[in-house]
Write a protein that binds this ligand. Sequence first.
Ligand code: NAD
Ligand code: DAU
Length: 356
Amino acid sequence: MTILVTGGAGFIGSNFVLDWLAENDEPVVNVDKLTYAGNLENLATLKDDNRHLFVKADIGDYDVMLDLLKQHAIRAVVNFAAESHVDRSIHGPEDFIQTNIVASFRLLEAVRCYWNSLEAQEQQNFRFLHVSTDEVYGSLDKTDPPFLETHQYQPNSPYSASKAASDHLVRAYHHTYGLPVLTTNCSNNYGPYHFPEKLIPLCIQNALLGKDLPIYGDGQQIRDWLYVKDHCSAIRRVLAAGQLGEVYNVGGWNEKANLDVVNTLCSILDELNPRSDGKSYVEQITYVTDRPGHDRRYAIDASKLERELGWKPAETFETGIRKTVQWYLDHQSWVNNVLSGEYQTWLDKNYAGRSA
Ligand code: NAD
Ligand code: DAU
């Protein structure tokens, strides 16, 4: 038995592959295009592990994907591959449409063709798990209840609109063709191997480099944070026991305003790695122009997953964020290796036009 993971060199995908192989011996075929966000260094500990096969490919390459599915007699696909950064989708939506919609569609077509060729028992056992986001539900007001799986789709950015489109395709492939699919919609992840374009790793790194900690708008936008390893355990649980065609929300019950998150990072850094001038890292916080169309609040109601499949997060925000800061302090060489030319170009593009 073998599973195929897409996007397994990215942030969540690489954590998933590492945790999967730490928990059991079922091999993983890991397909990743290695965009700027994919990094084989995340998988360095698997270099001599013959349970892990890395394949550099695009999920939109129908022939390659079909060959891999057949060649390795895949029994489940876990689809992480996507363009994932909201700000990049605002600067250039094209890649998001190509990967999150067109390539996801082609992957579904390859999977459908493979699944049709299986024996009845293998068809029954097969799973296609699609990893999605809470952003497809839109934005909440302060007093609204958290998102349920039945919440209307109201995506507000090119990123979330493209993810919503792929969710709808996955749903349609179940309804129309009977493809055995599962979908998870998760809140904001944080933890090891998080690319430093996203709020938490960006602020840790900027703090250490003595640079500004950029807060969009008033910093009172709320996100619901989940430690990445808890997201991975939720996906394993849904893959093992989820009901076909169902959607499961995944979240940490950790709603925090962005400013509070950055203040927390500063106080942990003050303790673990004090500034040489004795001042707090809080001094580096800077308010900058807001993200266009910025969603005000996300909050996930993950009670279906807890009630039906018995999943709960292991980390609180306090334990997870401390582990994360410590991981970045211990892995400065990993960070320095991703601070490539492309990354610098992105920083110039995203932050140069935002007045303090
Ligand atoms: P990421 O950007 O860190 O990684 C994405 C990976 O996909 C990269 O390794 C990239 O090389 C690969 N990829 C991109 N296009 C590809 C293509 N066409 N073919 C093959 N590989 C391709 O993203 P992430 O944060 O790890 O997110 C993974 C998934 O989880 C995404 O689908 C995202 O929408 C979803 N998600 C993310 C979060 C979060 O907080 N990061 C929360 C909920 C859901
Ligand atoms: O909710 C799940 C989503 O979480 C995932 O689907 C996305 O793939 C993932 O990137 C993440 O999206 P966000 O836009 O919420 O994450 P980001 O880290 O980019 O921003 C978190 C919040 O911090 C958001 O309100 C914007 C704000 N922000 C971000 C950056 C990069 C700042 O205030 N300053 C910044 O410099």
